[in-house]
Design a protein around this ligand. Structure first.
Ligand code: UDX
Length: 433
């Protein structure tokens, strides 16, 4: 059992706190948002993530998971302090690290004995060094401490599964003492540990997310070519994925990658590389392909409807991927905005993300279920691959649509079957005939 503090009760912070409490540690989770902490103390979890609320409530009851707004309290009580605060993008693509700096200063002012300070927020390389310098400068007693980089690889929607069964744990460490403490903490997770320098650990995070984003853009580029020569991208992805050197994950073509990580991380890595004098053209191309995905999708709607203005278009799916209510950098939101901008009447439905989307999509009509959204529409557009959409009663959909047009941005259905049912069905990288 270790005393842990987790600073920042966002996605990464809450999942980290829950997983470490579940493995037997005493965890104090801190956030400056008093309302959030008040709710968490009452047992209300501010984000939707399958399984998270159950683990939080269980460990809260066992008094292994506590909540506070005081970094001082956290620093005094814990031996290991995780920094999980937000690192949003600035206009130029670089990461805004002011929250990380503020937290580091506050920790420094309250250190009275040796602590391990773990950077878990997504940060550019060399942030560990900056955290170390900040703490040294703000720590009046000169107490010894270690900074560790422990990048997070969890995916929203399967964050608990990823937290308990990580493919690997990366530890960027500068001392044997810190490495030993961190290895002990992660023992129950039974995952391979890659221990390395802090800078290398930070670069691993950049490299992983950039590679995955590039992989998605690669298959989307292949989808573009498939459409031009009447080939099937799904079969291409299947065969590529069976090559173990390539692997089958992250080869799903679609409307492009969104979410709070990939777009931001790609920007930050391009920016960091440029700052260091390297023009990361490959990554820039991956970003460009991604930015073009929404136009590719709108073009498909235009091909089917001819003119978008004054048409009623129903959009199924707003979250950046299924099983989450997160709409941060969701391509679906961008597409709805483009449709509204083009003069369409847009009816939207999402199983979880409607509340969050309401303030962003002022002109859209929010519907209680997919059928209500689809009724009397000129076209149904699928933007997020929720299981619920897979189970739609397509006969009913055909009946209630004004014209039987489906534009599927996630390849959820079989084109031949859809056409046999009488739909005009357009998807990604598969024959339009
Ligand atoms: C990602 C990384 O997977 C995770 O390791 C990192 O720590 C945070 O960022 P997340 O953003 O939760 O996780 O979602 P992920 O499942 O990776 O999907 C990101 C985006 O890529 C989504 O918009 C998704 O729709 C898209 N995607 C993913 C594809 O378009 N095709 C794919 O094959 C996979």
């Amino acid at each position: 059992m270790q005393n842990i503090a987790v600073i920042g009760a966002g996605y990464v912070g809450l999942v980290t706190a829950a997983a470490l409490a579940e493995t037997g540690n005493r965890v104090l989770c801190v956030d400056s948002d008093t309302e959030k902490i008040r709710k968490l103390r009452k047992g209300s979890v501010p984000i939707y993530e399958p399984g998270l609320d159950k683990i939080i409530l269980k460990n809260k009851k066992l008094k292994r998971l506590l909540f506070s707004t005081s970094i001082k309290e956290a620093t005094v009580s814990a031996q290991i302090i995780f920094i999980c605060v937000g690192t949003p993008s600035r206009q130029d693509g670089s990461a805004d690290l002011s929250a990380v700096q503020k937290v580091s200063q506050e920790i420094a002012r309250n250190i009275r004995e040796y602590k391990v300070i773990v950077e878990k927020s997504t940060v550019p390389a060399e942030t560990g060094e900056k955290i170390k310098r900040t703490i040294e400068m703000n720590n009046p007693g000169g107490v010894s401490f270690d900074v560790v980089s422990n990048p997070e690889f969890l995916r929203e929607g399967s964050a608990m599964q990823d937290a308990f069964h990580p493919d690997r744990i990366v530890l960027g460490v500068a001392s044997e003492r810190a490495e030993k403490i961190m290895r002990q903490l992660y023992k129950p997770f039974k995952a391979p540990i890659v221990a390395t320098s802090i800078n290398t650990a930070e670069l691993i995070k950049h490299a992983c997310n950039s590679f995955l984003a590039t992989k998605i853009s690669f298959i989307n580029a292949i989808a573009n070519v498939c459409e031009k020569i009447d080939a099937d991208v799904e079969k291409v992805a299947l065969a590529m994925g069976l090559d173990t050197r390539i692997g089958k994950e992250f080869l799903r073509p679609g409307i492009g990658f969104g979410g709070s990580c990939f777009p931001k991380d790609v920007d930050a890595f391009i920016h960091l590389a440029a700052q260091k004098g390297y023009d990361f053209e490959l990554l820039k191309a991956a970003r460009k392909i991604n930015q073009e995905r929404k136009d590719v999708f709108i073009k498909k709607i235009e091909e089917a409807l001819w003119i978008i203005k004054d048409k009623t278009i129903s959009v199924l799916g707003l979250s950046f991927k299924p099983d989450t209510d997160d709409i941060r950098s969701s391509v679906a939101i961008d597409i709805v905005r483009l449709l509204l901008g083009a003069g369409a009447k847009v009816k939207v439905y999402d199983p979880k993300a409607m509340e969050r989307a309401k303030s962003l999509l002022k002109g859209a009509t929010f519907c209680d279920n997919p059928y209500e959204a689809v009724r009397k529409s000129d076209c149904m557009a699928i933007l997020t691959e929720w299981q619920e959409f897979k189970e739609l009663d397509l006969k009913k959909i055909k009946k209630i649509l004004r014209q039987p047009v489906i534009i599927d941005g996630r390849n959820m259905f079989d084109p031949q079957q859809m056409r046999a049912m009488g739909f005009v069905y357009k998807s990604i990288g598969r024959s339009g005939k």
